[in-house]
Design a protein around this ligand. Structure first.
Ligand code: FAD
Ligand code: UDP
Length: 379
């Protein structure tokens, strides 16, 4: 029986992904608070978890995770727990029988249409095919108004319908707006000032973050199972907010994925770290991990991603009706000043890893009562 009259832990933190682990580290090591961090999975790291497969190749169990950020605060903070391997991510899409760069750049256009445009020529080309729209509300608006219907059909419509089970016209602009258009030959997926992979993997970085006597980690532990048996001061929750409130207003929609991992006994499987398949196959993309990790190995491991409507909640689905439902849950959250919701699932936001770290830092500053910059400086 763990229950006692006084709080055993200052904080119970649910979820050992980026959100929960950053807060556990800051509160435990930074502020000397007693923290219990739980996760229902058998490992730390949340969806960023990586591990060695049976062949000894480092893989990301929940799909490819590439770290990129423009925030020096976030990068400096994580650098306390890992060294980095510089890595610029590149993606190709299989379109019209060719593998061409994504995001769409000068080479994509020239290769697909048999042209020899320069950057100014590409601007004129896109202007000639674009179908300007007054308001860019949906993911279709963003693409069609920027590059016209043909490129939309070739690169975006099929991929988006597969990935989300919705037409781009039913999704917020922010989804396809994640991809820029480049008028030059830059074929990097991201242009952030910091782009790197943890030298020894994400899980190793999380182990370093959580290695402190004030932080107790309990895995294989669902919040519902233990919440009544453990005394704690405040609760930080990075699981799904609708589940916390027992789906009072109905379930918030999430998009799930099924991952098919394979190992091939060949040094290289494909010509790019990720190949997207907008119009063929049931999967959206194939990732070859050795490109990401730089590992030297005679074999190679890859993962196929099959979008699913049921299963683990990986992606909040950005569209107005879901934002409205989330706001109702937010209303319930506001009536619980003893609970802090954070992370991709806790705040129903399509956030990248760095955005989750930044959000957790902001919450830590609020909890610790000091400015964000000072809060980070705490030992
Ligand atoms: P999570 O990592 O989901 O952690 C939440 C944890 O809470 C989970 O471990 C879960 O088991 C636990 N939990 C939930 N409910 C309970 C409960 N009741 N009791 C106990 N534990 C519970 N971001 C990037 O920046 N770059 C990328 O390249 C990238 N690629 C991605 C690819 C895929 C396929 C996916 C799905 C996401 C990708 N992301 C990427 C996003 C990234 O995964 C998230 O931003 C980040 O991991 C979110 O961290 P989190 O702590 O909010 O959530
Ligand atoms: N997308 C697309 N075709 C592509 C790549 C992306 O239509 O070749 C759209 C799709 O809707 C996708 C979104 O752009 O969900 C964001 O892509 P990103 O690679 O950022 O997705 P994530 O890595 O988060 O799954």
């Amino acid at each position: 029986m763990l229950s006692m009259g006084v709080a055993m832990f200052d904080y119970m933190i649910v979820g050992a992904g980026f959100a929960g682990s950053v807060l556990a580290e800051r509160l435990g090591r930074g502020m000397g608070r007693k923290v219990l961090l739980i996760d229902k999975r058998r490992h730390i790291g949340g969806n960023a978890y990586d591990c060695y497969d049976e062949s000894g190749i480092l893989i990301h169990r929940y799909g490819p995770h590439i770290f990129h950020t423009n925030s020096s605060d976030v990068f400096d903070y994580l650098s306390r727990f890992t060294e980095w391997r510089q890595y610029q991510h590149r993606v190709k899409a299989s379109v019209d029988g060719r593998l061409v760069p994504v995001p769409i750049n000068l080479d994509t256009i020239n290769e697909l249409y048999g042209l020899d445009l320069d950057p100014a020529g590409m601007r004129s080309f896109l202007a000639s095919v674009a179908e300007p729209r007054e308001k860019l509300l949906t993911s279709e608006d963003v693409v069609v108004s920027g590059m016209g219907r043909d490129l939309y059909e070739k690169f975006f419509r099929g991929y988006t319908r597969k990935q989300w089970g919705l037409d781009p016209s039913e999704l917020d602009a922010q989804v396809t707006a994640r991809l820029p258009v480049r008028h030059n030959r830059d074929d990097r997926y991201f242009t952030d000032s910091y782009q790197a992979m943890p030298m020894r993997g994400y899980t190793h970085m999380f182990e370093n973050m959580l290695d402190h006597p004030n932080i107790k980690v309990m895995l294989n532990t669902d919040f519902q199972e233990v919440c009544k048996h453990i005394n704690y001061g405040a609760l930080i929750y990075s699981g799904p907010i609708d589940e916390f409130f027992e789906y009072r207003y109905g379930a918030l929609p999430y998009r799930s994925l099924e991952f098919r991992h394979e190992t091939h006994h060949t040094a290289v499987y494909q010509s790019a770290p990720v190949v997207n398949y907008p119009n063929e196959y049931a999967y959206t993309r194939v990732t070859e991990f050795k490109y990401l990790t730089g590992q030297d190995h005679a074999a190679t491991s890859i993962v196929f991603e099959y979008p699913r409507s049921e299963g683990e909640p990986y992606y909040p689905i950005p569209r107005p009706v879901n934002a409205e439902l989330y706001r109702r849950y937010q209303g319930l959250a506001e009536q619980r000043p003893d609970v802090y919701f954070v992370g991709r699932l806790g705040t129903y936001r399509y956030y990248n890893m760095d955005q989750v770290v930044a959000q957790a830092m902001t919450l830590f500053a609020k909890l610790s009562g000091v400015k964000r910059s000072q809060a980070l400086a705490a030992a």
